[in-house]
Design a protein around this ligand. Sequence first.
Ligand code: PLP
Length: 406
Amino acid sequence: MRDDWRSRFAANVREYQGYPIGKTLQYLTDPEIISLAGGLPSPEVFQRSEFRLAAEKACDRDIDRVMQYSPIPGEVKLMDAVLRFLQRDDIRIDRENLVITTSGQHGLDLTGRLFLDPGDVVLVDRPTFAGAIVAFEMQRPRFVGVNIEEDGSDVVGMREALEQLTAAGTPPKFIYVVPDFQNPSGITICLAKREALLDLSYEFDLPIVEDSPYRDLRYSGESIPAIFTLDQQRDGGHVIGLYTFSKLFCPGMRVGFNIGPPEVIKQMTHIKEGNILNTPKWNQDMCLAFLEDMGLEQHLENCRSYYREKLGVFLETMAQHFPPETGVSWTRPEGGLFLWVTVPAHIDTQELFFEAIEHKVAFVPGEQFYGEKPEHNHMRINFSFVSKEQLAIAVERLAVCIKKRL
Ligand SMILES: Cc1ncc(COP(=O)(O)O)c(C=O)c1O
């Protein structure tokens, strides 16, 4: 029996490979490697002393409840604070529209489990967030991708895909997008395209899953209403919003939340009962303190000015090393933590990755961000984690590896 475990695994996970980025990160044990690979916020913006204070307060207030099970939809005080937080975006909903999740990844997992059967289609951008692919993959869906454009999803291409899929009797279960400073490309969906996506949602009667961890990290340009907000100005009920505290507060707490129509949230809560039961109260208390007691707006402003500078350093150093004739191009995000570098088509960035780590620099090969038919000449770059000095050195090291192959 010990030799034959695989055949005993459930069909949904027998071929399941987990998170490719996690495997990429395994190569990065050498401390001299400057890693632009992970999606880590910078510890420089962590509110350490406020965190310690809030942790003590949470225990002083009611240690027995902190150490106990807690309500499955979430702690009421945190839920109410989240509802107030969303009002900043003109999102006006009630507790029945909200479930606290144990991270953004958990929010994705609940979404996949709720909607997808094997073979169901999910319509996505190309590229799209690898964590969403890996969460949904657990249900063995089929991804149909449409190449993203500079101003967001190609809604004309998506319409064509929807028409074809509907005619073939396999309409998608939902459209998944990361509209603000997308992970991995840094691209933002413009207002007209957000409205056009909603048009598709109404016309083809399918939900939009709006995954939005970076919305508050805008460094330039004007904020664009969330698709959820725009939907509320219509009939409403077409959008499911996924959020996480990981990027604004800290990933260590593993707390996020999903919003949507009551029926959707109720069933997600049932699934949460079955897969993790409750989100730890202590973690929720810390997120409550983050929203209410740690100077939220000032903190967000600090994050923005800190990351804005880093992005500037990265973009400037890229421009110095890669004049247009090199054929290397990159996105210029207005926020978030990532950008997307495209090298000439003959360069395979998975091969480049192994050379790069010998030169003590790392990125995530772009092929991990496609639900199907991956492209091989892109790199996802994270600019938030390492210092400005290291960012400049990282670009120099990358330039050495790339220029050899031009
Ligand atoms: C678009 C997107 N959704 C969800 C997540 C997952 O967030 P968490 O770290 O809270 O699981 C991330 C993290 O990188 C992300 O970029």
